[in-house]
Write a protein that binds this ligand. Structure first.
Ligand SMILES: N[C@@H](CCC(=O)N[C@@H](CS)C(=O)NCC(=O)O)C(=O)O
Length: 392
């Protein structure tokens, strides 16, 4: 929906104010009861403002407030010149991107930053990780602070259109769930209806906020949205302190928090998530050269997984390709890669230095109990949704 010029200006100013304030509180009235009437709509708006608030309405293409990070050419050329990929991550998303004591990043998303760096620069470690809150992330792309986000970011219509992002292949199919205590009566069969009158908490600037309001509306219940919380560390601390009855985010985030806090009585529900949260790489819109490289770097990990090419056997596979497609992917017909602006052996470096999709998944998500088999994140031949177009 188009905003009026004055509203748009106010929204842009608000966006800058939020950025200056480290973007933590993007909700005007975060403690407002998200009941099934007008309040929940407010809450939904706060979720929106988290999305767009990051931008105010920086999406408005005619307002001049979206920085064209590609005006001097593709981000791809900038990354090559710089010799390093600026990659936005969370830094506190268990198993996805966690800042280590030495400042390095570990996790599934962090490894996908390494995948892109290996493809472009031949060096998986040529990454400058930038830890961003949910509310900061889109502005960081729009201003050129980061080249790409690998930050538990859900592909939505408004982010794709109004906010000025483009989205790469989904690397993790997720959905929003809740976590409460068994001692408070929650069990695996609990549902949204069991949240009536409770305080539910999540981090600001997320799809999660808006989904809670929608779910409360649909169930006809009153839910108070606690916070605001800049990140999920704060949300989890408030839950442990008893300020929040229930917390909510992408199911993978809840599984991770439960795993590291290891309380036996934290229960995740409902079994069928309340939303679809397809997570994957996100970058500025209309930069096809960079988008192609990011997307095909991800696809390379998927094709390698499909065909049994791993970090351990990739050198042998390159020397004796089991299929023509693997031969092409690993550099046999290098012009496919050089035509995209990356070295002929770019994807060979990806698999050799970081691994295929299954290796990346299993190494990072296996330890917290996120099982691939039987989930949407299984390969398409195993009934899942992880699929890549042909490399030819
Ligand atoms: N996928 C949702 C939620 C993203 C999100 O912020 N997830 C949390 C939970 S996994 C997170 O990254 N927490 C880490 C942090 O807050 O730094 C979105 O794109 O809005």
């Amino acid at each position: 929906m188009r905003k009026q010029p004055l509203l748009r200006l106010l929204a842009v100013l608000l966006g800058f104010t939020l950025l200056a304030a480290a973007c933590g509180s993007d909700s005007d009235d975060p403690g407002t009861a998200a009941d099934n009437s007008s309040d929940s709509a407010d809450s939904g708006d706060s979720g929106d403002s988290g999305d767009s608030g990051d931008s105010g309405d920086s999406s408005s293409s005619d307002s001049g407030d979206v920085v064209d990070t590609t005006q001097d050419g593709s981000v791809l050329a900038a990354v090559i010149d710089r010799g390093e990929l600026n990659c936005g991550v969370s830094g506190s998303a268990v198993a996805f991107s966690e800042t280590q004591a030495d400042g390095s990043q570990a996790g599934f998303d962090a490894d996908y930053c390494r995948v892109v760096a290996a493809a472009i620069l031949g060096d998986a470690e040529a990454v400058n990780f930038v830890a961003l809150t949910a509310a900061e992330r889109f502005t960081a792309v729009q201003t050129g602070q980061v080249d790409v986000l690998m930050r538990n970011t859900t592909w939505t219509q408004s982010r794709d259109s109004e906010i000025g992002m483009d989205f790469g292949p989904t690397t993790y199919y997720d959905g929003q769930q809740f976590m409460g205590r068994a001692g408070d009566g929650f069990n695996a069969g609990s549902d949204v209806a069991n949240l009536d009158g409770l305080t539910v908490c999540t981090n600001s600037g997320t799809t999660t906020e808006k989904n809670v309001a929608d779910a409360a509306d649909a169930a006809g219940i009153n839910v108070t949205l606690g916070g605001p919380f800049e990140d999920f560390d704060q949300v989890t601390a408030a839950y442990i302190a008893g300020t929040c009855d229930v917390i909510t985010t992408d199911g993978s985030g809840l599984v991770g928090r439960k795993a590291v806090n290891e309380p036996n009585d934290w229960v995740i529900f409902p079994a069928t998530p309340i939303s679809k949260e397809p997570l994957g790489p996100t970058y500025g819109q209309n930069d096809s050269a960079f988008a192609d490289v990011v997307n095909w770097s991800v696809y390379a990990t998927v094709i390698a997984d499909e065909q049994g090419v791993t970090s351990a056997n990739v050198a042998d596979m390159a020397a004796n390709p089991p299929t023509a497609e693997i031969g092409r992917l690993l550099g046999g017909e290098g012009e496919l890669q050089t035509g995209m602006g990356i070295p002929a052996d770019g994807f060979m470096q990806v698999i050799s230095q970081v691994g295929n999709y299954d290796e990346i998944y299993t190494r990072n998500l296996g330890p917290v109990g996120l099982v691939r088999e039987g989930s949407a994140n299984a390969g398409w031949l195993a009934g899942g949704l992880i699929y890549a177009p042909p490399a030819r």
